[in-house]
Design a protein around this ligand. Sequence first.
Ligand code: ADP
Ligand code: MG
Length: 928
Amino acid sequence: MDLNTSLEELSWIPRPRILALRRLALETAGDLLRHYPRRHEDRREFRGFPSEETIGPVCLCGEVAKTRLMRFGGRKIFEAVLEESGAHALSQPLTCRWFNLHYIQKMIATGQQLVVFGRVKRKGPRLLIDHPEFEVIEDDEEILIHFRRITPIYPSTEGLSQRVLRALIFRLLEEVAVAPADVPLPASLSNGEDENALRKIHFPRNNEQLRKVRDHLVLGEFFRMQMQIAAARAENSARVGCRHQSRGLLAEQFIAALPFAFTGAQQRVFNEVKRDLQVATPMNRLLQGDVGSGKTVVAIAAMLLAVESGSQAALMAPTQILAEQHYAVLCNWLDPLGIRIALRTGARQEDNAPLPLFAHLRGSDFNSPGGAEGDSAKNVPAARAAHASGSIGSGSARVSRVGDGVTPSRTFSQTDEAPEARYSRRRLPDFEKPWTIYAVTIGTKKRRCLSPKARAIALDALRYFHTKRYELFAACVMPDHVHFLIQPWPKENDDAGNVVFWSLKELLHLIKSYSAHAINKAERKRGVVWEKERFDRYIRSQPDLIEKFNYILRNPWDSGVAQQNEDYPWVWAQEDDRRKESSFPRDAETNTRDACATRKEEDRSIPHIIVGTHALLYEGVNFTNLGLAVIDEQHKFGVAQRAKLTSREPAPDVLVMTATPIPRTLTMTIYGDLEISTIDEMPRGRGEIITHLLTGDKLGEAIAFLREQLSDERQAYIIYPLIDESEKLEAKAAAKEFEIWQERLRPFRCELLHGRVAPSDKQSIMQRFRSGETKALISTTVIEVGVDIPNATVMLIENAERFGLSQLHQLRGRIGRGAHTSHCWLVSSDKSTETITKLSVLEKTTNGFEIAEADWELRGPGDLLGTAQSGLPELKLGDLRRDAGLMRKARQAALELLENDPGLDSPENQRFRDLIVERQGQTFSHVS
Ligand code: ADP
Ligand code: MG
């Protein structure tokens, strides 16, 4: 038996356990051994019960002396009083409490020995732990697995207790011969703990060994990540890009016309970008800078360099409001220079032909409709499969370059075996997860068999919303069920200025109701057509996507619904639509040259700069010659979206911008493959911002201050968080809030702004505020995005505790834009230390980086900015914050390794090749 052995082959694991493990995606021995402990408890010797509160959680062992269940109003509280084993006169009992968890009372009984873990608090005379983690000691032959050792505690798992899981892993470790870590480390990183690392991480001999083996495994994770990043970086520089040769006259004119001079930082960053644009290697640069630091003007100047050299430039923003604002700014500055600018936002792109998912395939054999293969019905399944693997696997120019000598991913070839077995039933997620791709199956009610006509209707329904509300990758309508791959899109005009996505639920409801009626009509039947949908799973990686994609496209043939040589018309992939698309000059390099040469007779209908939202991704037709793509607020886009905009030949230069500063350690992972430019200087003449914390009961002070400022001709924002989700309630809450403030600030003119205000009204409201007619704007967070009114110097944020630090920072960035000192009041009625610690960060600093660090510190690990979205390998053990030092080491080692041996050709480096090949399964934070 080895690590690849399937758990099913191990007869000693009972079937229900196998199923529970599979729900955790643990299929092989190796998977189970790499299900690392979340923490360990030292159960070799328990400490005595404390006599006071403890600062952190402690692990204690005692006997249950009594239990009781109490009711308080609607709440049920279950208590278990523990007594120390060798109790003496001074020892105090310890009470463990659980609120509203009825099942606990069935698990705990008087006389049991219990190990508990939690923080001890004092309440009156009693010492308490609320909701401790606990384990009942059962005195059986397994006791030595669970006690008298440093014991692993696993991530909590539905249907598997700690005890069961621990015993399974223990037994498994007895059966495998060796359990080394799975990532080879270069000598410079290794600390000698590789041998049997997996055994040691579960059941370490002592704390020293635990620490060392953890470091070792964390380094492995980090090293793999950094190898992929380093390789992506190397590869990007090998791509063919465009060399933007221009004298920079347009940019000069633009800069000269600005009413201010560039700050030193802006100038430096502009020079960096300029240098990148001039060389053939494609630029891949991140422009970081706090809100209001002036990134946009730098981006405009950069776009002008590209335009002057004969290319097009694109500016992509995450929301419609922001895109429109950029458009207005650009028109304002660039119309005088004769630059043609176009706007494409979701709302306006309904008629556009969809741009295929995998643009580079254009012109390949498969897509030439006249091709002998494509026409033969016999080859349809084969062609689809080939096409699928080719297209997704090499979804970008980057990957197809790696393709030299690299076989399709292993996952892909494995799917032939038993694809169905791997998808378990899941309930639909209620939450939305940005840019997630879901594999979904919808069955018909009572397995009703759909007629051919009905199948066509179902397929049309799916396609109808494609590129409008979601992206559909592939779909297949079987006689009694439908499989598809779907990626919900943002809803454009949401309330808070943040991107809100269509939820999968909404979308499925839409698809089902859209088709059900038509199907019933076509079949002259009545009643429910569709059964509850099944959400098969998230798509986690590129191979995963390929696998599911293929599975869907081959399903009719694989399942026997269609004969191997028969056509099955109810299967669809994005490429199918694309074949209809007009053929476009493919040689973009020639294009560039032509564009430069014939600049005088250029087509006046072609814009120089296209501004838009994600709708730009479907604007393939309009990019005759994309030379520079600027992506604003890039963290709000998914990886695939960026890739799509930029995976064309020659590779466009890419400038991504973010006003969300991130901790420096994260920069080397999430943005590890980008060059980084930072604008670390605010434009001169900006007034200081003073921030005050205020508890709700002292609101009067702030109001008096506000009135004073308003009589001084200043203006104010009052921000309140939205509490109710429903539209009606929301409008009501907003209106009420508004009335109260109007009263408080009388006679100064106030206006109300929220997401439900019609766009035209919104504009006039903003206009009146800008002109100073309105003195105070009562608003939701819609104003977060891009409002720039220098005379507004006061901001009062109600219920500030409800916002995250970064969002508060962004909001606060709306003031302090003029020369006057600005004031920000953070009002909160929550007096917990947690809230006060959080908010006082803002009191102390206005530096976005410091705020980001603090935010990270306070929130702990977790997904600060979507490492999940970055497409980087998942970290199971490593903690980007705590293990920053290890990350630096791993990065150093990976960069050195690839620098000295870019092809990993030397014999001792062969073993690292897998780390990079696996990258086919990954996508990156950057864009290639
Ligand atoms: P952000 O970095 O948040 O995108 P913007 O580019 O929107 O910032 O700039 C914020 C405001 O500052 C704009 O009104 C812009 O015109 C102005 N601005 C930009 N650069 C300077 C500068 N060097 N001096 C003075 N004002 C500037
Ligand atoms: Mg901006």
